[in-house]
Design a protein. Structure first.
Ligand code: ATP
Ligand code: MG
Length: 754
């Protein structure tokens, strides 16, 4: 009876229960946003442990973010108590694969304490490899090659299995050789990049059946969230692991597939039933997250995509507030407006924790950070220029890395002369040669070269001192608690003193961050587990627990939910991104639309979309037109408002799907031709005096032609700048623009000049 039912089952609907109770055999849960997929998956995990079908250590559970893993772990603790601590294989693909690889590192020539390189390290290494091959790094940029390697690894290709034609993708046919050199160098450094974590495991599984069988036997149950975004190597890895027990449950939503640019393949969903014959497919249709208007808006938008499986969603919730679409003058006003909206929500008693701002690209974040700091709105940045990516944090972590792993040359290089130790380029070059000749890591060679007269005395003393420091810290690794050791290193390295002596404005913040770093370390049981975390974490653990507004990218928001969501920068070229427009294909545009769908469906109670008429991008002011996604939202689910008279019509036109710029919107692709560039960019636009005081007005559809305009008059147009009226026809004007040439525009887009 329901009364004796375990707590994790109560409240689930019939298909959710089905997904929980069908523990044996392959299960695919395919359903739209907010239908309780993750909740059902979590309950399934609880059920398996609660009914003792497996020990926690026999379950592999893959989540998309560290945050999701943490939440799932917490929920498990609530349901099954301390037993949940045994969930050693619950985490992201990266975290779980790293743990696995540490156990078998020697099978691919690594030691179990290998370092995981971040993108910066990876690029530095690739630069060295490209230059060593006598290639011009300007012509063959390391960054481009890094992208290529990432793609190959996501497809499961090693240097040995790389298809022949791929080798022409870079450096005139030398790509394969470079790839092999890079992999060899990583092994020498006792390091991996992100892609290696799974790729090495695939190699090990292929060559050592016993290792594979060990895991196939161990993992009695496998659970995977956000399955639509798995790439080929993740898919191959899962498929191998599931072969024995075949108790694999994957959940996903094809409409939320947003990582194809990183090698994710929606096709993995479709392949599931083929790979696991007899798989049970469960569909969920009731949305528990959002109001009717939010769902209606999101549903109408995603319906514009041709390439989708299609599904029904309904909700019992009220229709709620309509999705608001706000047109503002420019980027700074957007940030100001969002700040005001948040303050007004806070006055209504809404906690900042329940508010999120979702951006399309990282660079959009800064405006909000800056604004919120100024007005005192607490916020956290997730997936952005995050704590662990800051210069001072990365420097300090390099010290920790060399301490825990002497062979970590990249880390050593980073700090060998930071703070300045009077080591010249020549001395460092000699050190490199010395290390290469003796085959020793740099941190060891440093001590050796200090005993020779290869380099000047001052440099010898500096290196001897640094080596001695590392030797001592390494010893203390065994005797001191690691947060304490961290503080010792901070002081004795002279690194902290360097910033304390710095008079620049950001130095104080850096010092605070360094202390924060030693504080955070205390949350980990060892220096190594901390370093692992740093390599793997993709969100930012914050210090104080006051409620904070979350600022994050749309990509990072997948799977999450907030009461109030602000979707900013909905303009052509920002969202959909310029890149997706340049590529021009339907595919990339559809992926952008899925991203918009993900964005709107994060909202539980209110979604607010903003677009600005002017935006500064890479230092240049550019006028912009509302995103096509704005016009694709079903009108009955939205409410438009704008602080611009011109904006009102722009928007209205967009709504009516009679975009007056339809003919030029293709040309708005920034960077397309110098002529267009000239027409697009100008000094920061100033508003006409009448607009400065303009209060937000609701859109009135079907405005009459204006009577204040006549032929010969000077006007200012939001998009095209200044010009002279040549002719008037109803509400349409013929204008000779100073820079953009002759155009027909709607009268409501122009302001009288002077
Ligand atoms: P997404 O596709 O965005 O990842 P999802 O399908 O994983 O969404 P969940 O995050 O699991 O959806 O659930 C969405 C919201 O609905 C959560 O707040 C969850 O607690 C709630 N929910 C899920 N199932 C039920 C249910 N049966 N009864 C009440 N609320 C539910
Ligand atoms: Mg989910």
């Amino acid at each position: 009876s329901p009364r004796d039912e375990p707590p994790y089952l109560s409240g689930l609907n019939a298909p959710q229960r089905d997904a929980v109770l069908t523990t044996e055999g392959p299960v695919l849960m395919l359903a739209g946003a907010g239908t309780g997929k993750t909740r059902a998956l979590t309950s399934r995990l609880a059920h398996i442990i609660y009914t003792q079908r497996a020990w926690p250590s026999e379950i592999l559970a893959v989540t998309f973010t560290n945050k999701a893993a943490r939440e799932m772990r917490e929920r498990m603790h609530g349901v099954i108590g301390d037993v949940s601590e045994g969930l050693g294989w619950l985490g992201t693909f990266h975290a779980v694969a790293a743990k696995m690889l540490r156990r078998h590192a020697e099978l691919v020539g690594l030691k179990s304490n290998f370092s995981i390189l971040d993108t910066d390290d990876q690029i530095r290494l690739l630069k060295q490899i490209i230059t060593a091959a006598d290639l011009d790094e300007k012509r063959w940029p390391a960054r481009q090659f890094a992208g290529l390697i990432d793609k190959w690894k996501n497809r499961g290709w090693t240097p040995e299995t790389l298809p022949k034609d791929e080798t022409w993708a870079f450096a005139d046919g030398k790509a394969g050789t470079l790839y092999a050199a890079y992999q060899a160098r990583l092994v020498e450094l006792n390091a991996t990049d992100f892609g290696d974590l799974l790729l090495h495991m695939l190699t090990i599984f292929a060559k050592h059946r016993d290792v594979l069988e060990q895991y196939q036997t161990r993992f009695r149950y496998i659970l995977v969230d956000e399955y639509q975004d798995t790439n080929v190597s993740q898919y191959l890895w899962l498929r191998l692991l599931a072969q024995k027990h075949k108790n694999i449950c994957c959940v996903g939503d094809d409409d939320q597939s947003i990582y194809s640019w990183r090698g994710a393949e929606v096709a993995n969903i479709l392949r599931f039933e083929q790979d696991f014959p007899g798989a049970k497919v469960i569909r969920l249709e009731q949305n528990y997250r959002s109001t009717g208007h939010i769902l209606g808006a999101a549903g109408g938008l995603i319906a514009q995509n041709a390439d989708r499986l299609g599904k029904t969603l309904w909700t019992e919730a009220d229709s709620g507030e309509k999705v608001r679409v706000l047109g503002v003058w420019d980027g700074p006003e957007e940030a100001r407006r969002v700040g005001e909206e948040i303050e007004s929500l806070q006055r209504r008693g809404v906690s900042a924790d329940h508010i999120a701002i979702l951006v399309r690209a990282q660079y959009q974040m800064a405006a909000f950070e800056e604004r919120f700091m100024r007005v005192g709105i607490p916020f956290r940045i997730i997936g952005g220029p995050r704590f662990f990516a800051r210069l001072e944090i990365r420097d300090m972590i390099a010290y920790f890395r060399v301490t825990s792993q002497p062979a970590d040359d990249l880390a050593f290089e980073r700090i060998v002369n930071t703070p300045k130790r009077g080591l010249g380029d020549k001395s460092l070059q000699r050190l490199h040669q010395f290390a290469a000749a003796t085959g020793a890591p740099l941190s060891v060679a440093a001590l050796d070269i200090a005993g020779t007269n290869e380099i000047p005395a001052a440099a010898r003393r500096a290196l001897a001192q640094l080596s001695e420091n590392f030797r001592r810290w390494r010893e203390q690794l065994l005797t001191l608690p690691h947060p304490e050791l961290a503080r010792v290193i901070l002081e004795e390295s002279g690194y902290l003193a360097m910033w304390q002596a710095d008079r620049s404005t950001e130095a104080q913040g850096r010092v605070e961050n360094l202390f924060e770093l030693t504080r955070i370390m205390g949350d980990f049981d060892s220096m190594e587990s901390f370093l692992d975390h740093v390599s793997l974490v993709n969100d930012n653990e914050e210090a104080r627990d006051e409620p904070k507004v979350t600022i994050m990218t749309l990509h990072a928001a997948k799977g999450l939910e907030f009461d109030h969501v602000f979707l900013v920068g909905w303009e052509e070229g920002v969202f959909p991104s310029q890149r997706s427009l340049d590529e021009g294909g339907l595919k990339s545009l559809e992926e952008e639309r899925r991203l918009a769908y993900v964005g709107i469906t994060r909202a539980k109670q209110e979604a607010t979309i903003l677009h600005a008429a002017n935006r500064q991008i890479y230092g240049q002011w550019t006028s912009s037109i509302p995103s096509r996604f704005v016009s694709e939202l079903p009108r009955e689910h939205i409410e438009a408002e704008t602080s611009l008279s011109g904006g009102a019509s722009l928007w209205r036109a967009a709504l009516d799907e009679r975009d007056p710029f339809a003919d030029v919107s293709r040309a708005t692709q920034r960077g397309h031709g110098p002529g267009w560039q000239r027409a697009q960019t100008y000094g920061r636009p100033t508003r006409a005096a009448t607009q400065i005081e303009a209060k937000p007005v609701s859109v009135t559809v079907g405005a009459a032609p204006r009577r204040d305009l006549s032929v010969g008059m000077r006007v200012f147009h939001q998009k095209f700048g200044g010009g002279t009226i040549k002719g008037i026809e109803g509400n349409k004007l013929e204008v000779a623009f100073d820079h953009a040439g002759e155009k027909r525009v709607l009268d409501s887009f122009v302001e009288v000049q002077g």
